[in-house]
Design a protein around this ligand. Sequence first.
Ligand code: SF4
Length: 107
Amino acid sequence: MSKIARRKFIQLSAVAAAGCFMQNSREAMADELPKLTLDDPMAQAMKYTHDASTVDAASRVSPAADQNCSNCALIQGADGDEWRPCQIFPGKSVNAAGWCSVWAPQA
Ligand code: SF4
């Protein structure tokens, strides 16, 4: 292997390794977010619950049978994860089956 080819190989390897590290860090961050607790003042203000089925549909601004965090426009993270980040509760994760009064339909 020539010096130039070796240098290029080392550069590409470093870029690939950095990409793997960043992907793993992103996934780890989502997993490590603390779960939003029901006694959190912000959660209480937004009427957050871990289980949307316990919310009286009549108390919702836009009553709908299937409103929950997993189909809210403000949920983040990966589909299928039980706990996911939410734009309303930065730094915390919410239950995919949960609900709060800010629920908004996905586009
Ligand atoms: Fe769940 Fe949406 Fe409320 Fe976030 S804003 S807690 S995703 S219902």
